[in-house]
Design a protein around this ligand. Structure first.
Ligand code: ZN
Length: 77
């Protein structure tokens, strides 16, 4: 795979956003953690962090409402 430094950062081990190795991890605010621990419901994340599953480097964050909503939606059984 060609590396193009102008098209987004790559992490320490060479992955970039859109790669399966880069996970979208919801990050919660303080209040979000309280809701999560006390009520057992999934709060709306404060933002989504794009983080490599291997080296844990964060490649960026998104506050895209569509991404946040996707993380808030309860899992279908
Ligand atoms: Zn990596």
């Amino acid at each position: 795979m060609k590396k193009d430094p102008t098209n987004g950062r790559t992490c320490y081990c060479g992955h970039r956003r859109g790669d399966p190795a880069i996970h979208e991890e919801p990050e919660y605010s303080m209040w979000g953690w309280i809701v999560l621990s006390m009520f057992g419901v999934t709060p709306r994340p404060h933002h989504i962090a794009f983080r490599c599953a291997y080296c844990r480097e964060e490649l960026g964050q998104s506050r895209d409402p569509r991404l946040l909503a996707r993380r808030t939606t309860p899992r279908a059984a």
